[in-house]
Design a binder for this molecule. Structure first.
Ligand code: SIN
Ligand code: FE2
Length: 221
């Protein structure tokens, strides 16, 4: 008899995971993107990062972030010793960021709508690449102009533990598993919740190898 296999990454062998409300106006939409669509997205991203390469950013304090970052859309998020915020140009190339592919814009808007945000108009897609060990400390997304617009965040590749805190840095933090294809949406009263990502555990994903990619869609301006 063939051995039973359990493939952690296959969306056909996992029990279905229904949408989960994390907090007021904050939703986890598991498997929002299926395997086929994820392949199309990764193909787009491979092209995109040839134009705007993933790079490590330095904080104003001089600390190098462990994630590697690029953007597409009208605005990109950058950080260096001079400060951080949104820019219309990629400082590596001096050129505008690549356009946000319509497929990505549409999926971000669909996800936002499912979470109750019908008018999401993203002008920035931040691409964060995590290798094993990379992490993101607790922070608020607060460089955007209009906090009535939500944050929409797609996870691809290796699984991660998302850290979900509260409106105060000192609030208790919940750990939420994020798998390939999962979408998180938060806004409204949860828009300024502290969040982060625990150090990525080693592994190999069939599509992305030793990477987790996170796409964060925002309305920057
Ligand atoms: C972020 O907060 O910008 C990244 C979140 C994630 O990687 O899931
Ligand atoms: Fe964030």
């Amino acid at each position: 008899m063939p051995a039973m296999t359990f493939d952690l990454f296959s969306d056909t062998e996992l029990p279905p995971r229904p949408p989960q409300q994390i907090a007021d106006s904050a939703w986890l939409l598991p498997g929002f993107v299926d395997t086929r669509r994820a392949e199309a997205i990764v193909a787009l991203l491979r092209r995109l990062v040839r134009q705007a390469p993933l790079r490590r950013l330095q904080t104003r304090g001089g600390h190098w972030m462990s994630v590697e970052t690029a953007s597409c859309g009208r605005y990109g998020w950058i950080s260096d010793r001079a400060g951080y915020g949104y820019s219309e140009r990629d400082p590596v190339s001096g050129q505008p960021w690549p356009e946000m592919p319509p497929l990505l814009r549409q999926l971000a808007q669909d996800g936002a709508r499912q979470a109750g945000f019908a008018d999401f108009a993203p002008d920035c897609c931040l691409i964060n690449g995590y290798r094993p060990g990379a992490k993101m400390g607790l922070h608020q997304d607060r460089d955007e102009r209009d906090f009535s617009q939500p944050i929409v965040s797609l996870s691809l590749g290796l699984p991660a533990i998302f850290l979900w805190g509260g409106l105060q840095r000192s609030d208790p933090v919940r750990r939420i598993g994020l798998m390939h294809g999962d979408l998180m949406v938060w806004g409204g009263p949860s828009r300024l919740v502290y969040h982060g990502v625990a150090p990525l555990r080693p592994g190999r994903h069939p599509l992305l190898g030793e990477w987790r990619l996170n796409l964060t869609f925002r309305r920057a301006r």
